[in-house]
Design a protein around this ligand. Structure first.
Ligand SMILES: Nc1ncnc2c1ncn2[C@@H]1O[C@H](COP(=O)(O)OP(=O)(O)O)[C@@H](O)[C@H]1O
Ligand SMILES: [Mg+2]
Length: 384
């Protein structure tokens, strides 16, 4: 007998299977929310009007282990697995705030932008405004080196090669004026100086963009770095809206673009909240500034931006800004994530144990903690 055969004799194998039980109601909430945001995205002037309420945040909250991250991943998979007969062409980006390195607003923005680049969606207004921000925040520093050196690019790994995406975007900008401009680019296009970026913005090549995008001119004059950073998402939304409103005969896509962003482990964002300028405030502003994108937020607590006591904590607060967060019916809104429905529990157990569940380990009563299926508490014996 060959030695390997010897070793294999009597071996029992175990193979892990990933099972996800439906969560049908949540998937329906997502579908309804997608439809609502697509409708609203058609309204002319939506992204530039800061007096309209926002209805683009779908939230699921519930206790630890109830299945929020699993749900977030599942919904992302559902969107991505949609076929080409769907009326829209969705792009998704999923961001988990569990790791402290992923709680950096600047990196998150780059990741959201990189995902668009990955799908060949141009973002000229954002790239210009971001170049200015970058030249002020990291003078003389190349974006690619920064991302590699700091490990900050990890947040978007898988989305795209961040460094090259942004480098290409900045190079294009610089190329537009290089040669014609006396403003040098230090050691490569990514080391743009603030002076050079402002000159590029005011050059003939950017005239149309500056004329069409109403707040870009003001952004190019902004000296407050933090204000500029907080406002940058607007330009992403504006760039996206240009693509969404373009008809196929004008070079637009046959199926309108949809951008769905998943934010998971929101409790880690809320943990450092409570004042204007906090990460949660910045993210709340980001979602306000991007009304043509759907955000799916999962965390332990519900979102409190619409609560009366949230004034002073969030720049855009209250039910006038966020009617969906206090709505009981209209999607997108907030949903408490409970245990699986009886039907879903039964299906999960059936898939895991096509015969019958292992004996002696069934939960006994309504208070059964369901420890034999980690993370799905409160499975009731009656439902099995
Ligand atoms: N609907 C489901 N079907 C099957 N397994 C699930 C489901 N929801 C959660 N789980 C499993 O339960 C565990 C805890 O889920 P998780 O999503 O990490 O919880 P949370 O993010 O709420 O803390 C994970 O092992 C996950 O795979
Ligand atoms: Mg989780």
């Amino acid at each position: 007998m060959r030695l390997r055969g010897l070793l294999e004799t009597g071996r029992t194998t175990s193979a892990g299977t990933r099972i996800f039980t439906n969560r049908v109601a949540q998937a329906e909430a997502l579908t309804a929310s997608r439809r609502a945001v697509c409708e609203v995205a058609k309204e002319p002037g939506l992204v530039t009007d800061f007096s309209r309420p926002r209805k683009n945040v779908l939230s699921f909250y519930g206790q630890s282990g109830i299945g929020k991250s699993a749900l977030s991943r599942h919904l992302d998979d559902l969107v991505r697995s949609g076929d080409t007969t769907e009326p829209t062409s969705p792009i998704t980006y999923r961001h988990d705030f569990a790791k402290s390195g992923d709680r950096d607003f600047e990196t998150l923005l780059i990741a959201i932008r990189a995902r668009l680049a990955d799908k060949r969606v141009p973002a000229p207004a954002f790239d210009l405004a971001f170049s200015l921000y970058w030249s002020m925040a990291h003078p003389g520093e190349a974006l690619r080196e920064y991302l590699q050196g700091s490990g900050a690019g990890g947040a978007a790994s898988g989305a795209a090669d961040l460094g090259s995406v942004m480098t290409d975007a900045l190079s294009d900008l610089a190329d537009a004026v290089l040669g014609a401009s006396s403003f040098g680019v230090v050691g490569g296009a990514t080391r743009l100086t603030t002076h050079a970026v402002r000159a590029i913005a005011r050059s003939a090549s950017q005239k149309k963009l500056l004329r069409d995008c109403p707040y870009l001119d003001a952004a190019m004059d902004e000296d407050d770095l933090v204000e500029l950073l907080a406002f940058l998402p607007h330009f992403l939304a504006w760039d996206l809206s240009q693509q969404q409103s373009r008809q196929p005969d004008e070079g637009g896509r046959r199926r309108p673009l949809e951008y769905i962003i998943f934010f998971d482990t929101w409790e880690d964002v809320q943990a450092h909240s409570g004042h204007e300028g906090s990460l949660e405030d910045f993210l709340c502003r980001l979602m306000y500034l991007m009304p043509n994108c759907l955000f799916v937020v999962t965390g332990r607590e519900r979102l409190r931006w619409a609560d009366p006591h949230s004034a002073g904590q969030f720049l855009r607060n209250g039910p006038d800004n966020w009617p969906g967060l206090v709505s009981a019916t209209e999607e997108p809104r907030q949903h408490m994530l409970g245990r699986l429905t009886d039907d879903d529990s039964r299906r999960l157990l059936h898939t895991a144990w096509p015969g019958k569940p292992p004996s002696g380990r069934r939960p006994h009563d309504d208070r059964g903690q369901g420890q034999w299926i980690p993370g799905i508490p409160q499975l009731r014996s009656g439902s099995v």
